[in-house]
Design a protein around this ligand. Structure first.
Ligand SMILES: C[S@@+](CC[C@H](N)C(=O)[O-])C[C@H]1O[C@@H](n2cnc3c(N)ncnc32)[C@H](O)[C@@H]1O
Length: 177
């Protein structure tokens, strides 16, 4: 009985932690779909060999497979939600992914100038903030790949429309800010 109560308390704390971070950051740690992931990989294949930053890396569903796929590339993830950040960090260590660095930090306060490619799956208000950050800081990033949400006032260079119910877009922008 005590064991069940402890499990229940842990489950409630996990749920509360996710609800809190979803309310605070405007989006849950829901991973990109398999189809979106495949489209993003296709676009990443066109971006050379420079470092990749995932803006909001969630549970690591994107950064972990890409760190395995591109062992020669540096992969970085920023994630504010505590539990997804902890779990993805544990998996990174368990798999010994030396080219993957995960930070529990707001990507809006991060130095993005080390990145060649930014990847994200966010929401319109966050895309606005990314646009302003890129314009103000001009970090010299070459590409932005966004699952589902466009970068305001920018013309994409490529779009892959997913074969899903919403025909969701995955955008590639070449940034020359
Ligand atoms: C929809 S998930 C995407 C996860 C992963 N990138 C993927 O494509 O599978 C978006 C994540 O961004 C995180 N996030 C939102 N705003 C953030 C911010 N300003 N700094 C860090 N993480 C943020 C959320 O906590 C959430 O886990």
């Amino acid at each position: 009985m005590v064991f069940e109560i402890i499990l229940l308390i842990i489950a409630v704390l996990i749920a509360l932690s996710i609800v809190y971070s979803t309310a605070r950051f405007g989006i849950s740690p829901m991973p990109s779909s398999k189809k979106a992931y495949q489209a993003m990989i296709k676009l990443i294949d066109e971006t050379g060999s420079g470092p990749i930053i995932d803006l909001g890396s969630g549970w690591g569903n994107f950064v972990i497979p890409i760190a395995k796929r591109y062992p020669q590339r540096q992969i970085i993830g920023y994630e504010m939600s505590l539990l997804p950040c902890l779990i993805s960090t544990l998996i990174k260590h368990a798999l010994g992914l030396k080219n993957l660095t995960l930070y529990r930090q707001d990507f809006l306060t991060a130095n993005l100038s080390t990145a060649s490619v930014l990847v994200c799956y966010l929401f319109p208000a966050a895309m606005d903030k990314i646009k302003i950050k890129l314009q103000l800081e001009k970090p010299g990033v070459e590409f932005l790949i966004s699952n589902n949400f466009a970068l305001p006032s920018h013309q994409f260079d490529k779009v892959i429309q997913l074969n899903d119910f919403y025909k969701s877009p995955v955008y590639l922008y070449k940034l020359n800010l």
